[in-house]
Design a binder for this molecule. Structure first.
Ligand SMILES: *Cc1c(COP(=O)(O)O)cnc(C)c1O
Length: 365
């Protein structure tokens, strides 16, 4: 059996007609930037998250960058981020000239460990970017408590957690502001790039909106040296269709995860752990094993596609050599990078495919 790591086919087949009709509608309207589709998507996505405001932008990295700029975080400031995340979280901090400060995760949930946060806070610390890694919310109450004590902004990197719940509340509504990505492979993805900032803070939403549109909220009147990072009408139109299916698709992922969690039993393989406060949306189903590369080869030989999220911790990347953080300095992030492996998780996987994967994982000796 051949099972790709990801396939958009079942999802896109179901909405193909709707998407094509919508494309024709937008095409015939001849209005491609800052129009009604973006307006509608923004209000629908804000409502979905249970938040007041949503501002579309070019991608998830820009969403985080725009938030940091809107908070006036800049050179000389420090922003706390988890030591195991996609590099975008760190790059957003670097874009505004601030320094990312890595905090180790909990080895069980892979999310930032609130107990490690307070130790790195100093006068330069301005914010914490929390990542809901793989689709599981971080321990927000504990994080918000530390942030409150030191008057820090809490920014959610929700790029992997659209629709996930923390104690019944949606991501995007768990801190001061949140950045979302609509990269095609995310739980809800555009047919290209897209992103959004979600917040209950009106002032922040307005500033992000201006910053994303050349620093202007009134045409040809520029308050800031902004950037051009807007969500296209056509992508917003597609996202509106996808948003109506997101809960269905997330529930499907939950069912696949349930079958993996129940079926996979191999002493050499560690399964993901779901915290009792979280409703996981399984952007990624990550297993962990000491012989990861051997395991990946074995799965590949058996036709099972896998990916590593992520194979090299950020502090060990060439791009961040200026930070002078040596190998061994962040052992949990490094261990995760060495041992983690993501197996197929996508809407429309067949029972036979899930069972085959379970069987092959269990047969690995
Ligand atoms: C995908 C992702 C991003 C960046 O999103 P883009 O839309 O690709 O810019 C940021 N953070 C995390 C955790 C991500 O997974």
């Amino acid at each position: 059996m051949e099972i790709p790591f990801v396939s958009f086919e079942p999802m896109h087949n179901e909405i193909e007609e709707e998407i094509l009709n919508k494309f024709k509608e937008v095409y015939e309207k001849n209005w491609f930037i800052n129009g009604t589709e973006v307006e509608l998507f923004q209000s629908e996505f804000a409502k979905y998250c249970g938040s007041k405001y949503c501002v579309g932008c070019g991608n998830g990295l820009d969403a985080l960058h725009l938030i940091l700029r809107a908070y006036d975080i800049k050179q000389g400031d420090e922003v706390i981020i988890p030591s195991n995340t996609y590099i975008a979280t760190a790059l957003a901090v670097s874009y505004v000239g601030a320094t990312p400060i890595f905090v180790e995760p909990d080895i069980n949930t892979y999310n930032i460990n609130p107990e490690n946060i307070e130790k790195v806070i100093n006068k330069k610390t301005k914010a914490i970017i929390v990542v809901h890694l793989y689709g599981q919310p971080a321990d927000m109450d504990a994080i918000n408590e530390v942030a409150k004590k030191y008057n820090l902004k809490v920014i959610e990197d929700s790029a992997q957690a659209h629709g996930a719940l923390y104690k019944g509340r949606k991501t995007g509504n768990l801190g001061d502001s949140a950045g979302f990505s609509f990269y095609p492979g995310k739980n809800i993805g555009a047919l290209g790039d897209g992103g959004a900032v979600v917040t209950n803070d009106k002032e922040l939403a307005e500033k992000v909106k201006a910053l994303s549109d050349y620093g202007s909220n009134v045409k040809y009147n520029h308050m800031y040296k902004g950037v051009n990072s807007r969500l296209d009408e056509v992508q917003a139109a597609f996202l509106r269709i996808k948003l109506r299916n997101l809960d269905k698709w997330n529930n499907f992922r939950g069912k696949v995860a349930g079958k993996y969690l129940e079926g996979i039993n191999n002493d050499r393989v560690i399964k993901p752990i779901v915290s009792d406060f979280s409703n996981h949306v399984w952007h990624i189903f990550a297993l962990r094993t000491e012989k990861r590369d051997e395991f990946q080869r074995y799965l590949s030989e058996n036709g099972i596609g896998t990916t590593i999220h992520y194979p090299k911790a950020i502090h060990l990347q060439e791009a961040y050599k200026e930070l002078n953080i040596n190998k061994g300095a962040l052992p949990i992030a490094e261990k995760i990078a060495d041992e983690v492996i993501s197996i197929p998780m996508w809407y429309g996987m067949k029972d036979a495919e899930i069972e085959y994967i379970v069987e092959k994982v269990n047969d690995w000796r």
